[in-house]
Design a protein around this ligand. Structure first.
Ligand SMILES: Cc1cn([C@@H]2O[C@H](COP(=O)(O)OP(=O)(O)OP(=O)(O)O)[C@@H](O)[C@H]2O)c(=O)[nH]c1=O
Length: 601
């Protein structure tokens, strides 16, 4: 006997679970479902930057997993399933998507980012209904949805973290934990469906089956009818609000108002284009609110109305009101509950936009506004001439500004941008690999030392020397107090001209992409001369895909046309090999920078 009558509707059908997860198999088996397991070969490599929200990434991955199996089976297994079920579970914290850790350090990075915090677990589920036609072609119909569960972790001590990691449990689980086993001990509370955390939202799944088989007259599950035109398996629409996705374009148009391809523009396509057209407006609204320190103000005095904010930031009430409302629409501010005219920060602003937040991007946002924005406003000239517009922008500023910033101020501003970016990325880079065998490191162009401090924190046996230009080293105390960690020291010098400090590991974070080929080779040659065999070189950059198709963050960065260029991991690997460094590991960290570890042969 099965409790849920919809599960019994599947009796006699060839149901396939496109998942290798033993937890998913167990959950569905316990529910009385009979199915075959055909793990998906789809690689979980979709560009996360392309998705507006994390759940969209999970839903799309689930769709691709299920679809890959649905398409493969008729050829490789010589049978067509009736239903293929795919799923993907992710953990999200601080706007980062955590999947399965690749090694212990990765698990450490994930679990320490969850310690003491509430996070969300999303499972995206895709159900593909396959209809074999008389001519043996197959029509596919897709239903996709997601479920969110909130989980709060207790504060985890280092000992606890490592004991848990060494148990081996984290390795095949999203976010690096299994709530159903030892990981349950780390959890303070769960809001929502527990099984969703374990890997499959059974209740929501049954509700969807109920809609498909019992309630939806419009939802054709027969072979004939609405699916007849669609045998390409190409799924255009994606409504992630737990809704059925219909593949029939005509019906899609009639039901959701999105229109057919020929008669009206597709809604999703239109939204995407608008997003691109308006992207600069959103950026500038963020920059302006940050420049006026609106997020600091709303953090210190939550619940101000537009007039009070205007008074505090010395701006017009009308302008401030427009800015605050735009910030609300962008998810940076919100209206206070039941008091529509009062504003407060969202969690996103609290985490990243306050100037004193541990992961504040305030300094980097100022750098974007004051340095990158003017460069991008000359993009036509940059593309036309193929050179950086720095000089043009500088001259323009000198002509237009009443007060020209001192070079000291400009340097401080630049350092503040680099410092804030490094603080957000440092932990991910520092924990990307097991670096325990390196006792001394040298962070070349390490600026304020933000990265170096994170390395000594993550690797207690390591000391780091930050090597940067004298002017930078002189000003570093504006950011981090001297002697805040005795294992970090600073040496002033020019890495293109002077001898480099001896170290077991050289760190190059966001340095190479900015150098001309000539300078890059000078630097790599100097590192190779200083490094003994077995020494490491940790490179951290945005690595382009091999086909240079993404990620767009890297390709957009290239548009500022500095002296350097953006490269793929393979291109960097070859460059390093020329200087005797053999690449051992490469990681997409899930943060703003990726990492590659090479070793001197
Ligand atoms: C948070 C959490 C996750 N998991 C497991 O994490 C994997 C996620 O990875 P996935 O990519 O969604 O699936 P997979 O295991 O690679 O399988 P596949 O469907 O073949 O991609 C799944 O296993 C889940 O159970 C647990 O067992 N317990 C938990 O508390």
């Amino acid at each position: 006997m099965v409790l849920n009558p919809v599960i019994s509707k599947l009796a006699g059908k060839l149901v396939v679970l496109a998942s290798a997860s033993p937890r998913r198999q167990e959950i569905l088996r316990n529910a009385g479902l009979r199915f075959e397991v055909v793990p998906s070969w789809f690689k979980e490599t979709l560009d996360k930057g392309l998705f507006k929200a994390p759940y969209e990434y999970a839903v799309e991955t689930a769709k691709q997993k299920a679809l890959e199996v649905a398409r493969r089976m008729p050829f490789k297994h010589l049978k067509t399933p009736d239903i293929v079920i795919g799923a993907d579970t992710i953990v999200t914290v601080n706007s980062m998507i955590l999947e399965k850790p690749v090694d212990k350090q990765d698990a450490y990075r994930m679990l320490s980012s969850l310690s003491g915090k509430e996070h969300s677990v999303f499972t995206g589920v895709a159900i593909v209904l396959c209809h074999e036609k008389d001519n043996q072609e197959v029509d596919y119909q897709m239903i996709a949805f997601y479920e969110e569960t909130k989980v709060k972790f207790a504060d985890l001590s280092e000992d606890m973290l490592w004991e848990y990691i060494n148990s081996g449990e984290p390795m095949d689980k999203a976010g690096g934990y299994g709530i159903q086993a030892l990981g349950g001990m780390l959890v303070e509370y769960v809001h929502g469906d527990f099984l969703n955390v374990v890997g499959f939202p059974l209740n929501h799944f049954c509700k969807q089956l109920d809609i498909i088989y019992n309630h939806s007259s419009s939802f054709a599950v027969e072979k004939k009818g609405i699916m007849s035109k669609h045998n390409d398996g190409e799924f255009k629409s994606q409504n992630c609000e737990n809704v059925i996705i219909q593949l029939n374009r005509q019906q899609e148009g009639e039901q959701s108002g999105t229109g057919t391809r020929d008669s009206k523009p597709n809604k999703q396509d239109l939204e995407r284009i608008c997003e691109l057209m308006d992207g600069f407006k959103a950026s500038k609204a963020l920059f302006t609110a940050s420049r006026f320190c609106v997020f600091d103000l709303l953090h210190n005095k939550p619940g101000l109305d537009a007039a009070r904010v205007a008074e505090e930031i010395k701006a017009s009430v009308k302008g401030t009101e427009c800015l605050l409302e735009a910030c609300v629409s962008l998810g940076l501010s919100r209206h206070k509950k039941k008091e529509e005219s009062l504003f407060e920060n969202t969690d996103l602003a609290t985490s990243f936009l306050r100037s004193d937040a541990p992961f504040s991007l305030h300094g980097y946002i100022r750098h974007c506004n004051e340095t990158l924005w003017p460069l991008f406003s000359h993009l036509e000239s940059a593309v036309h001439e193929g050179v950086s517009q720095h000089e043009k922008v500088k001259r323009h500023k000198e002509r237009c500004q009443d007060s020209v910033c001192s070079s000291q101020e400009l340097k401080l501003r630049f350092m503040s941008g680099m410092h804030s970016f490094a603080k957000v990325t440092a932990a991910a880079v520092a924990t990307a690999f097991d670096l325990s065998r390196f006792k001394t490191a040298c962070d070349l162009g390490g600026c304020t030392g933000a990265m170096a401090y994170e390395f000594t924190k993550a690797h207690p046996g390591m000391s780091v020397t930050v090597f940067d230009l004298p002017a930078v080293i002189e000003m570093r105390e504006h950011f981090l107090p001297a002697n805040s960690d005795k294992k970090v020291s600073f040496v002033a010098g020019d890495f293109l001209k002077e001898d480099l400090p001896k170290a077991d590991l050289y760190i190059l974070a966001r340095v190479l992409h900015d150098l001309t080929d000539e300078k890059l080779h000078i630097l790599l040659r100097k590192i190779a001369e200083s490094a003994s065999p077995g020494c490491g070189l940790l490179l951290s950059e945005i690595f382009l895909d091999d086909d240079r198709g993404g990620p767009s963050r890297g390709l957009l960065q290239a548009l500022s046309l500095s002296e350097g260029k953006q490269r793929s991991a393979s291109e960097y690997r070859l460059l390093l090999e020329r200087h005797g460094f053999i690449t051992a590991h490469f990681r997409h960290t899930g943060n703003l920078l990726d990492a590659m570890l090479s070793v001197k042969a």
